[in-house]
Design a binder for this molecule. Structure first.
Ligand code: FES
Length: 152
């Protein structure tokens, strides 16, 4: 075991596999602002840019867990700010359905989170990342205890 990936910006703990779907118009711009502002957040997160949070339907929220993700974030514009008018309201409905499904499957609905981050909220983006990664680390890798997941 090389130990690769056991350290990251947040310090200590194991690297988790976390996907963040960010809408192009607000959350991704918030991520960009966090980056250019050099705000630190854990490197456990892989950001996927999508046009709107409403496009992430329940199966897309659940599928990453089948493929080895430990957590999934869906991030969009604040209510009322969606570039496509009501995409984030659809995202709320999708999140509710996917959360229920994850609960039934034993994955745990707390491994899936929906957040609103505007283009001006780089610090909030970094805070959400830190908080979510910390929570997922406490839960441990999916299907493993935290001790079993060491060194991933
Ligand atoms: S464009 Fe951002 S949530 Fe729809």
């Amino acid at each position: 075991m090389s130990g690769e990936g056991t350290e990251n910006v947040a310090g200590g703990g194991n690297r988790m596999r976390i996907l963040a779907f960010c809408c192009n118009w607000c959350s991704y711009a918030g991520a960009d602002l966090a980056g250019v502002s050099r705000l630190q957040y854990p490197t456990d997160v892989r950001v996927i840019r999508v046009m709107c949070s409403g496009r992430i339907e329940p199966p897309l929220m659940v599928r990453p867990f089948e493929l080895g993700a430990d957590g999934v974030l869906v991030m969009g514009c604040h209510p009322g700010d969606c570039h496509y008018i009501g995409g984030n309201y659809q995202a709320e409905k999708n999140h509710k359905k996917a959360s229920e499904l994850l609960g039934m499957l034993g994955v745990g609905s707390e491994r899936l989170r929906l957040e609103w981050v505007s283009a001006a909220e780089g610090p909030k983006f970094a805070d959400v990342m830190r908080n979510f990664v910390e929570n997922i680390r406490k839960m441990g890798p999916l299907g493993k205890t935290p001790a079993e997941g060491e060194g991933r």
